[in-house]
Design a protein around this ligand. Structure first.
Ligand code: 9MR
Length: 401
């Protein structure tokens, strides 16, 4: 009898006692139905989409969710900038500031609303849906569903498009990657794929990553079905096919770890010289720029490397920028990330022929990083709850704002 009364009394009291979560307690996340505010001295901070936690005032990581006080949200974990990044980029002479996106995310209306704001994003790259496995999964049978969705969205929004990509060792259907071809057969396969893909979007694409990631990190050629069958000829075969299919599109070769001087950048420069000498159509080099917080090359190193390409007669673009960190985020890491974003944008800003900057999606919610690098993430300027991080301010500062 006594115990029954005690439980009944507790049942009445508990919701009142726990109307606010305690320090370290959960305070939000998808499916969470408990308290969404924190006791005094702590703040509700989203750790990921599914879990927000009350952290003591000085331990915040990423953006806060439910009921942060204004003083704590501006204390190092969120952006204070009101600048619009594409407007800023264009005012500073760039063609665009843009983002990659991918089809599964386009069901998220809040995500699409931000992506569609052309004052923020003036350019879009489809992250996956133009790749060979998506567009020609079976030989000669082309599928445009995913790519068309993104092209239509960008066109409706008045956003420039980068095409990504014609020829890459990865995300190939097995009929290509495991095929055994004569050089004549593979030449025809590349020509048909690139000309059909580029031709389908003729007049709609600013620039194409015609060839993606042709080199190993030591500057040697990557061995894949294309190189193994055709040697370096596959590069010009793809570029010529793309030029014929859409003469107005800028044709790029795109790679990572060529953003700073070194063997791989030197190899890419040699390739540019060779192609130019042979009058093969080539307009630009894409510097992917998948960087790590605290290890980003200096602005002067990035800038001199860009200028080395420009001197060979091509433009450059930062095509896949993100700057990852080892999780969890801390105010110190977020501040370093802000500085690092500034370094990269400043380098592009200093080089007239660096035409634009694309981040590899804009929110940590949809970044490729955590699934590829275990324990790492938070690489983008918006957190998982679409709150702008200090990195956003870093980009604005890089544009000179
Ligand atoms: O963002 C893409 C991710 O969704 C895919 O799983 C991955 C598969 O390789 O490719 C990612 O995009 C890559 C881009 O196409 C080329 N440069 C590296 C990017 C990140 O891996």
């Amino acid at each position: 009898m006594f115990l029954t009364k005690l439980f009944a009394t507790l049942a009445i009291l508990l919701p009142a006692v726990y109307a606010q979560s305690q320090v370290w307690g959960q305070c939000g996340g998808q499916g969470w139905t408990g308290p969404t505010t924190c006791v005094s001295g702590s703040t509700c901070v989203a750790q990921n989409a599914w879990y927000s936690q009350c952290l003591p005032g000085n331990l915040q990581s990423s953006g806060s969710t439910s009921a942060p006080s204004t003083t704590t949200t501006s204390s190092g974990s969120q952006s204070t900038s009101t600048a619009k990044l594409n407007t800023l980029a264009k005012a500073k002479g760039k063609l665009y500031f843009g983002s990659a996106t991918d089809n599964p995310e386009l069901t998220n209306t809040a995500y699409v609303a931000i992506l569609s704001d052309s004052t923020t994003f003036g350019q879009i790259t489809p992250g996956n849906s133009m790749k060979w496995d998506a567009t020609e999964p079976t030989q000669g049978q082309f599928s445009w569903t995913g790519a068309d969705q993104i092209v239509n969205l960008a066109t409706t929004n008045g956003q420039v498009l980068r095409g990504h990509n014609c020829v890459w060792h990865n995300q190939l259907p097995s009929w290509v990657s495991s095929g055994s071809f004569t050089s004549a057969q593979l030449t025809s396969i590349i020509q048909n794929h690139c000309s059909t893909l580029v031709g389908h979007y003729k007049g709609q694409i600013y620039s194409w990553d015609v060839v993606n990631e042709p080199f190993n990190d030591d500057g040697t050629w990557r061995t894949d079905v294309f190189y193994n069958t055709l040697g370096t000829d596959y590069i010009q075969i793809a570029l010529n096919a793309a030029r014929s299919a859409d003469p107005a599109a800028k044709l790029y070769i795109n790679d990572y770890n060529i953003e700073y001087p070194g063997a791989k950048s030197t190899a890419m420069q040699s390739l540019v010289k060779t192609l130019k000498a042979a009058s093969v159509p080539l307009d630009g080099i894409g510097l992917q720029s998948h960087f790590i917080v605290g290890s980003v090359p200096s602005t002067s190193s990035l800038e001199s490397n860009m200028n080395a390409f420009v001197a060979l007669g091509v433009e450059v673009a930062i095509t896949e920028l993100d700057i990852r960190m080892t999780l969890p985020t801390t105010p110190t890491l977020l501040a370093q990330q802000k500085t690092d974003y500034t370094s990269v944008i400043s380098a592009c800003q200093a080089v007239d022929q660096c035409v634009g900057i694309t981040i590899w999606d804009w929110t940590d919610k949809y970044s490729w990083v955590p699934s590829t690098f275990s324990g790492q993430g938070a690489a983008l300027p918006w957190d998982e709850n679409f709150q702008k991080k200090p990195a956003y301010d870093g980009i604005a500062i890089g544009f000179g704002n």
